[in-house]
Structure formats: structure tokens, C-alpha cells
Design a protein around this ligand. Sequence first.
Ligand SMILES: Cc1cc2nc3c(=O)[nH]c(=O)nc-3n(C[C@H](O)[C@H](O)[C@H](O)COP(=O)(O)OP(=O)(O)OC[C@H]3O[C@@H](n4cnc5c(N)ncnc54)[C@H](O)[C@@H]3O)c2cc1C
Length: 285
Amino acid sequence: MRSDVTQYEMVAPKSLDEVLANLSSEPGKWTLFAGGTDLMVLMESGKLAPKNFLSLWGVKELKGISYTDDSMTFGALTTYGELQRHSKVREYFPMLIQAAKETGGLAIQNRGTLGGNIANASPAADSPPGLLVYDAELELTSVDGSRWVPYDGFHTGYKQMKLGEAELITKIRVPRPDPKGVHYFKKVGTRRAQAISKIVLAGFGLMNEGAVKTVRIAVGSVAAITLRCHKTEAFLTGKSLNDSVIAEASEIFGGEITPIDDVRSTGRYRRQVGKNLLKDFLESL
Ligand SMILES: Cc1cc2nc3c(=O)[nH]c(=O)nc-3n(C[C@H](O)[C@H](O)[C@H](O)COP(=O)(O)OP(=O)(O)OC[C@H]3O[C@@H](n4cnc5c(N)ncnc54)[C@H](O)[C@@H]3O)c2cc1C
């Protein structure tokens, strides 16, 4: 049953300082509301427990995409539509573009944000695998100041993350990858569009004189969090890619993931398709 809207309070600060002041003066009271595309689903189904919301939509410090020769920085409110329209994102971070294109439909892409996708902490989310593989960092801000943390390790368990009660994600930064690298992103869902992933895999790799110089792999919907596959990466680094190396990598990868049966798929299917995607990525190198 739908929640009763009159029971909710929404405050719409105009600046980051105002957001931070609210969060610090009454810790635990406020729930951040960015695009609302995850929160509104909870509201529609009567599962939205918190009653006090801080709308971030009018906070200009959380908007915009900027870049230097070394990195690109996204305001936490960057939407999937904005990502797709930015020529430099298309040029340097194709996996973020692909994830954005395959996230919901146009309405979701114009309203859903990167910060919300990260903080909602669904292991089936589509941007996190690409962000992990691009070695993203998050800027977390409270009244006491800002700190940058690696995105890898930010999620500690299902819907759990290293974010203080009075903190929010303000920016996401990704270093510009080596232009010679291969970018690989595949989402497998029930349909080609408007489907939550059964499994999603992102990979970035760079070969040097026939051997793997750099490889980064992340996978969604196969564990409690989106997983960076460090053991598989360590095994592959420095190796020439042949059938037996790929088969061994696949076994190690199979040991890293812990897929389960749920409404969208089975653990067995996810494990097999995950291995197929890994093979496809490694063959593309
Ligand atoms: C029809 C539909 C289809 C969808 N399809 C997909 C899909 O294909 N792939 C996919 O990955 N997702 C999908 N989603 C989920 C959703 O659209 C995304 O997760 C989106 O990026 C959430 O962003 P938002 O700004 O709307 O988050 P909100 O709903 O505003 O917030 C989500 C959570 O993040 C918190 N939060 C928001 N911003 C911040 C911040 N800056 N700092 C700290 N906490 C914050 C909020 O408090 C809340 O807990 C879909 C949703 C719908 C309704």
C-alpha cells in the first residue's frame, strides 16, 4: 500500500552548507533525497520508514562535471542523462556511458543520480562495476570538512557503507585510464532495456608484449556488494592469455563470487554467465 504523503516532511536547502548544518544539528533525523528514483519506489510500496527528507536537487555544489588532464570529477547529483551528453565522458569512460544508457528508461536517466546509485548500495546497480574498474574515489563531506576515500572498500556489506550519519557523498572522481586500454561492460537482464541486472560485469585491461600489464574486473548481482575481483586480477597480471590461463582465471573468479537465487535469477545461472562474461572480456584483450 502507498505511503501517506502528508506524513512526510521535505526540506529543500539551497546550499551545501545548509545541508551540512541540518545533518549535523539533528544527526539521524534526515534522509537525503537526490533524484528520488529509489526512494519513491519505497514510498509507493509503503516501505519508506523515514519521515524527514533533505532534498539535494537545488544544491548547485553537488552538480556538474569537470575534468583535468588526469581525471574527471562528477558532482554527486550528476544524472545518467548528463553523463551521456558529455563528450569527454563518452571519449574516456565508455563503460559509464553504457551503464547510463542501460539504467532504467529516459525518465529515470533524467532524474537518477550517480550519488544515489552508490548510496542506495544495491549489489545489482549498474554504475558501480564501471566505477570500481575505473578506480573511482568518493568525496565525503560533513560540517567538519571533506575527505576522499577509494570507492573500492566503501561498501562493507549488504546496504552498508563507510558513510557517517552527518556525511554525504559530494563528488565522484575517476582517473583518466590509459588510452590504449580495453573497456568491457556487459549487463545481462531479462530484457535489453528497463531490466534490473541478473549479472553485470565490467573490465578494463591493457596488454604489453603479449602479457597482461593491467587488469581490473568488477561484477554486480553476485554478492552482497558489487565486487572487485582482486584475486582473479592478481592471478592474471603478467600472464599471457591462453585457454588454460583463462580456464584457471575462471575457477578463481568462481571462488570470489557468491551468487544466490532470487526473484530475478538463480545462483547457478549467475555463476555460469559470470564465467562466460569473464572469458568474453579476456578474449577481447
Ligand atoms: C523504474 C526504475 C528503473 C531503474 N532501473 C535501474 C537500472 O537499470 N540500473 C540501476 O542501477 N538502477 C536502476 N534504478 C534505481 C535508481 O534509479 C538508481 O539507483 C538511481 O541512480 C538512484 O539515484 P537517485 O538520485 O534517484 O537516488 P534517491 O532515490 O534520491 O536516493 C537513493 C538513496 O541514496 C541516498 N543518497 C542519495 N544521494 C546521496 C548522496 N549524495 N550522499 C549520500 N546519500 C545519498 C538516499 O538517502 C537514498 O538512501 C531504477 C529505478 C526505477 C524506479
